[in-house]
Design a protein around this ligand. Sequence first.
Ligand SMILES: CC(C)(COP(=O)(O)OP(=O)(O)OC[C@H]1O[C@@H](n2cnc3c(N)ncnc32)[C@H](O)[C@@H]1OP(=O)(O)O)[C@@H](O)C(=O)NCCC(=O)NCCS
Length: 142
Amino acid sequence: MIRPWEKGDIPFIAEAEKECFPDPWSEKMIEATFSSRSFIGFVFEESGELVGYIGADYVFETADILLVATREKFRKKGVATSLFLAALGELKKREVERVLLEVRRDNAPAIACYEKIGFSKIGERENYYGSGVDAIIMEKKL
Ligand SMILES: CC(C)(COP(=O)(O)OP(=O)(O)OC[C@H]1O[C@@H](n2cnc3c(N)ncnc32)[C@H](O)[C@@H]1OP(=O)(O)O)[C@@H](O)C(=O)NCCC(=O)NCCS
C-alpha cells in the first residue's frame, strides 16, 4: 500500500536509511526536509511494515528526488517503481515539469531502475560523494 509520508514515519525512515546507505540521512535531517512546504513524500507499507519510501522537493517547475530506497528483503518487486509513479503523479499535479536526481556512478541497480522509469543521464559531478565517487545527474520530463 502506498500512502503519503507522515511525520510519524520519520524514525522508521531514519532506520531504513541506516540499513540502505553508507552515508544515511539522520532523523534530524529528514525531519527538517519533511517540514518544508515544498516537500512531497510517499511510503510503501506491507502488513503495517514500512518497506520503501521516496521524498522530493520542488522549486517552481523543477523537482529533486532527495531520498529513495526499498529495504533489502523487499527489492526487485516493483516497490521503487510504484513509489516513483506516486511521486511523479503528485509533482505533475503541482505543475512540476522536470525531475532531477543524483546517483552514485557505481550504483547499477538504482541507475537501471531510474532508466526503466524514464530518467536519462544529463551530466556528472566529480567526487560528489567523496574522493573518487562521482555522481550521475539524471532527468525526467513530466
Ligand atoms: C535502487 C532501489 C531503490 C530499487 O528499488 P526496487 O524496489 O528494488 O526497484 P523495482 O523493483 O521497482 O525495480 C525496477 C527496475 O529497476 C531495475 N533494478 C532494480 N534492482 C536491480 C538490480 N539489483 N540489478 C539490476 N537492475 C535492477 C530493474 O530494471 C527493475 O525492473 P525489473 O524488475 O522489471 O527488471 C533499491 O535497490 C535500493 O533501495 N537500493 C539501496 C538504496 C539506493 O541505492 N537508493 C537510491 C539512491 S540514489
